[in-house]
Design a protein around this ligand. Structure first.
Ligand code: DGY
Length: 315
């Protein structure tokens, strides 16, 4: 917040600190007190009610995220509130994690780690213990080929993968990246790794349901670094835990995002050795989070100076 407070264009700065998100009632109270801009994270919900409470003085919501599913964008547009966000600067870190989690799921990192910690490894190196699948040479299906999807494709080219994507529209960069467009059913049927990299929206909520998971090929893995809301979590539990049969269908998952998030202690996915879970850390490197913070603050400073935002939704 120092950059904000130090700017001559900025008057009073109301702050919230601590690991927990701001209590919604406190956020509402802050909005009601009369603010020109709000800096939020994806843990804050910017609802139509919050925007209405803030009233016409509110000119900008600046979010420390590329995802926008926590913001009522239509209501913001209707109220004339600009929305700033932090694209580009987290693309590399998130794409790196997608590759890492693909390896974690295919190569069964969790089972290996648990056996090592729990002392259940075989007494000596064993030729047929803990066999996974290779990322090298795999077919990888990317659902949504935006910035992060393209960065993942670029990285996976180094693994000699066959790359597929499914998206509502042709993506111009796909040809250069060597990614072939197919329909979702074909992508699910052919991919060894399925990577959703599309935004969460009413149109995509729960798109990975039981039918989608059961359509995936034998030995495949599902890797989510996008949004938990894309997944019907109960369906994933049925397919990967309750009804799972070795050698049949989906073999594992690696989830950086979940619904709910975090999963409650004792959740069946947390108890399953085929599921590798990280706590929404796609952009969690010091370099990337600093760049996101600079951009989110920079959007507010730009607005205060009457300049175009560094990154404005829809503009
Ligand atoms: C975002 O910015 O939307 C990411 O989920 C945070 O890593």
């Amino acid at each position: 917040m120092a950059a904000l407070a130090d700017s001559p264009a900025i008057g009073e700065v109301l702050t919230h600190s601590g690991a927990a998100p701001m209590d919604p009632a406190d956020l509402t109270a802050a909005a009601a007190s009369g603010v020109d801009a709000m800096l939020v994270t994806l843990a804050d919900r910017v609802t139509p009610e919050l925007l209405a409470t803030a009233g016409p003085r509110l000119a900008l919501v600046s979010t420390l995220s590329v995802g926008l599913d926590h913001i009522a964008l239509d209501a913001a547009a209707a109220a004339g509130v600009a929305v700033g966000y932090t694209p580009h600067v987290l693309t590399a870190s998130t794409a790196d994690l997608a590759v890492g989690l693909s390896l974690a799921a295919l190569r069964r990192f969790r089972a290996g780690t648990e056996a090592s910690i729990g002392g259940t490894c075989p007494p000596a190196w064993s030729p047929d213990w803990l066999l996974g699948a290779d990322l090298t040479g795999a077919t990888v299906g990317i659902v949504g080929l935006g910035r992060i999807g393209q960065a993942v494709a670029k990285r996976l080219a180094g693994f000699d993968t066959t790359l597929l994507y499914a998206a509502p529209r042709e993506v111009a960069a796909a040809a250069d990246l060597g990614v072939g467009r197919v329909g979702l059913p074909e992508l699910l049927a052919r991919s060894d790794v399925v990577l959703p990299l599309c935004p969460a929206s009413p149109a995509t909520a729960g798109m990975f349901d039981e039918a989608a998971f059961r359509a995936m090929k034998a030995g495949s893995v599902f890797v989510n670094v996008a949004r938990g809301e894309l997944v019907d979590t109960a369906a994933l539990v049925r397919v990967l835990v309750d009804d799972w049969v070795p050698g049949v269908g989906l073999a594992g998952a690696a989830l950086d995002v979940t619904d709910p998030e975090p999963l409650p202690v004792g959740h069946p996915l947390l108890g399953c050795e085929r599921v590798f879970v990280t706590p929404h850390v796609g952009s969690a490197t010091a370099k990337t989070r600093t760049a996101m913070a600079m951009m989110a603050v920079g959007n507010i400073l730009a607005a205060a100076d009457g300049q175009p935002l560094l990154a404005r939704v829809g503009g």
